[in-house]
Design a binder for this molecule. Structure first.
Ligand SMILES: Nc1nc2c(ncn2[C@@H]2O[C@H](COP(=O)(O)OP(=O)(O)OP(=O)(O)O)[C@@H](O)[C@H]2O)c(=O)[nH]1
Ligand SMILES: [Mg+2]
Length: 208
């Protein structure tokens, strides 16, 4: 992990102060990934202490030919490059959050966005479990440690047990699974903390 530069910060000022807190010690790049429309941009927006960078563009008639809108018909914009945000955690850990685009057509960007990340938070929509398989495959292939956050939508099925979800996604027993609402700061933060705890417990820096 890189060492931090020192300055003052007023957390959650929405970008008024982009400096790192004096307590910043470990700067960590985290990937926020998942299929189209699962809530990646929303999660980064809800936790970032600086004004997040988004690259949202309107979904148009033209993209309907190539983008899979199944399950996310209401969506009007999509990420076309990256999302970026930052959150300082207690203990001097600062997470730099890089969100991937969800559309299949932006897959060539994936390796570049993921480069240098220490871990990934994979968002999963239980209404469209199958849509997560490709991204989970990419994360597995890259060797990145990860945690899975199930985003809850009003019509998400409630009957799945944790065991069923773990089996459906073929997750290791140690892979953390949390439920979250990406629109809620505390909930999104809890999902990130689950990933960080996993990195500390199972993938300490000396093993990387
Ligand atoms: N109910 C509910 N809605 C959510 C949640 N997360 C995101 N949404 C909504 O889902 C829609 C899509 O969210 P985005 O954050 O744009 O999804 P994304 O994964 O960044 O989408 P792409 O970049 O296009 O792949 C938005 O209308 C959000 O308000 C959640 O946890 N719960
Ligand atoms: Mg997005």
């Amino acid at each position: 992990m890189a060492s931090a530069t020192s300055s003052t910060v007023d957390p959650r000022t929405g970008g008024a102060d982009v400096h790192l807190p004096d307590s910043a010690r470990d700067l960590v790049k985290i990937l926020v990934t998942g299929p189209f429309g699962v809530g990646k941009t929303t999660l980064i927006r809800s936790v970032s202490e600086i004004r997040p960078l988004h690259t949202e563009e309107q979904l148009t008639e033209a993209s309907a030919q190539v983008d899979d809108l199944a399950g996310v018909r209401d969506k009007s914009t999509t990420t076309v490059a990256i999302d970026f945000g930052r959150i300082s955690l207690p203990g001097g850990i600062v997470l730099y959050l890089f969100g991937t685009p969800g559309q299949e057509r932006f897959r060539p960007l994936w390796d570049d966005v993921a480069y240098g990340a220490l871990g990934a938070l994979v968002l999963v929509d239980t209404r469209r479990i199958d849509a997560s398989f490709d991204v989970l495959g990419l994360v597995e292939e890259s060797g990145l440690p990860y945690a899975v956050a199930f985003n809850t939508f009003p019509d998400s099925p409630r009957h799945h047990t944790a065991g069923q979800l773990r089996a459906a996604l073929d997750l290791e027993p140690t892979t953390p699974m949390v439920t979250c609402d990406a629109r809620e700061t505390d909930s999104s933060l809890d999902a990130l903390l689950a990933l960080v705890q996993h990195l500390i417990d199972h993938h300490p820096p000396e093993n990387r």
